[in-house]
Design a binder for this molecule. Sequence first.
Ligand code: MN3
Length: 238
Amino acid sequence: MSTSRREFLLASSSLITASSIIGAPIFAQTGNGSQEHKLPELPYAYDALEPYIDARTMELHHSKHHAAYVKGLNTAEKALEEARAKNDFALVQHWSKQAAFHGGGHFLHSMFWKIMAPPNNGGGGKPSGELLELIERDFGSFDAFQNHFTAAANAVEGGGWALLHYRPADGKLIVLQAENQHKLSPWGVFPVLGVDVWEHAYYLKYQNNRGEYVKAWWNVVNWEQVEKNVKALKGVAL
Ligand code: MN3
């Protein structure tokens, strides 16, 4: 790593860790680099997003699915560490793919819990202030953004996500999809809002009706957190 790159990372990480833990942007550091990844606690109870997302789905999603991504990421990183120690890279492709898949899952789910809040208590409604201005500038109107994002979510092939990204290079917000947890978004963009459209996110309550789930999900979006995520990325020079 170049000196300037390292200095930039050090400077940005100290800025980001200055934020408070509660309500911190999703980019806040949660470890010191030598610890194992941990399943974050939900910022609300399993039933807090009812009636839009049911308690049983939230419990399974967090305690089973997200936990599996955390475990998978730790396993992959450990395996790559052992490969280096033994200088045996026969399985480097397998473990690299596992690290990307589970790493993507851990990051996106950590974001997902935070960008939701109980309906009428932080969740739902529309963005305001600076975030609304950015959305209107980049999508024309909030309705156009919402229609675009909803369509992207409904059209994901198989398991995946619709994501609102912030692109520091030009300060724009863009909507893209992700297949699985990590495919179809380019480098240099950072998710600030996302909806999980894997079937495990909605099947118990909505069965095969993804459209109804996505429509309901807007009622629990925590716009204040989305704005914090965008602000944390402003000024990051990439
Ligand atoms: Mn999921």
